[in-house]
Write a protein that binds this ligand. Structure first.
Ligand SMILES: [Mg+2]
Length: 290
């Protein structure tokens, strides 16, 4: 199978070049064409997936494809957005056959279909290391995107789901919850997704908003995944849940839990049951930010 055949197979698997949801032209020309509505802001995201860094070499190709898209979708969810289209660049070692590449795209496209994401283009190349880059574009009602720099002292801190889940399981991006948080009656003030561990991502939210945070240990313990430790829930990463803030008298949607509050103080400072909490998590550059 040569590259043209391969691209044609992927194009057909993705639903072809027919216009959908603002996409005027998909895979097949020099560029894709997308026309946004005047009532929308567009969200852009790029996310890399590197063998041995973001997943183990033993992970099956369909699961790697799913993971590549899911990580980017989690960021769209964190802004309250709806995904529209993605571009996927993939470099594949020579020892992986065409069937491996098709399985990768089968996994990616299954999640794309479930979430309304169109594969609108990309690039394939051979290299000695498996490397994938997903560029994802989403939309959000104009002016309403959830951000990490808008939490206020006095807001309560909430999370979805459970923390400390095992790595290499399928990621379920919280797109429905992100959209719910846009509702006026919920009045969400800030949001971030937990990709590198609760402590590190909360620290980022606090720094961006210029506030400090206090975590409730008892509430947090109830949200630790079965078989995981509090240490892993705080610093492990790879959870892809949403961490968000609400005004004091507001309640989060079903399946979410209040785990603390935002307070005035040194920006980025965090306390767990009164004790300082270090912003340790998954950090590619290992820079000490304490
Ligand atoms: Mg993120």
């Amino acid at each position: 199978m040569n590259e043209l055949d391969l691209v044609d197979r992927i194009r057909r698997m993705s639903g072809g070049a027919r216009p959908r949801e603002g996409l005027l032209l998909g895979i097949g020309d020099d560029c894709a064409i997308y026309r946004p509505k005047s009532t929308e802001d567009m969200l852009f995201k790029t996310d890399q997936l590197i063998e041995g860094v973001h997943f183990l070499p033993t992970l099956p190709p369909a699961a790697i494809g799913q993971r590549a898209l899911a990580r980017a979708l989690s960021d769209i969810a964190a802004m309250g957005g709806t995904p529209r289209l993605c571009l996927v660049s993939l470099t594949i070692p020579r020892n992986r056959p065409a069937s491996w590449i098709l399985a990768f795209f089968r996994g990616l496209l299954a999640l794309a279909r479930r979430t309304g994401t169109i594969l609108a283009g990309g690039d394939l190349a051979r290299s000695d290391k498996l490397y994938c880059d997903v560029m994802l574009c989403g939309v959000v009602p104009r002016g309403l995107a959830l951000r990490r720099d808008t939490a206020r002292p006095g807001d309560n801190l909430w999370i979805s789901g459970r923390l400390g889940k095992p790595w290499d399981r399928p990621i379920r991006p919280r797109l429905d919850l992100g959209r719910k948080l846009l509702r006026r009656d919920i009045a969400c003030t800030a949001c971030i997704d937990i990709s590198d561990g609760l402590a590190l991502d909360l620290h980022r939210l606090c720094l961006a908003s210029g506030v400090a945070a206090e975590l409730d240990r008892v509430a947090l313990l109830k949200r630790v995944a079965r078989g995981a430790s509090l240490e892993r829930a705080l610093h492990g990463g790879d959870d892809y849940e949403l961490l968000f803030t609400l005004p004091p008298r507001k309640a989060g949607p079903a399946g979410t839990t209040k785990i603390g509050k935002m307070v005035a103080g040194k920006p980025g400072a965090m306390r767990l049951e009164g004790r300082p909490l270090a912003p340790r998590g998954y950090d590619h550059f290992g820079i000490d930010i304490t």
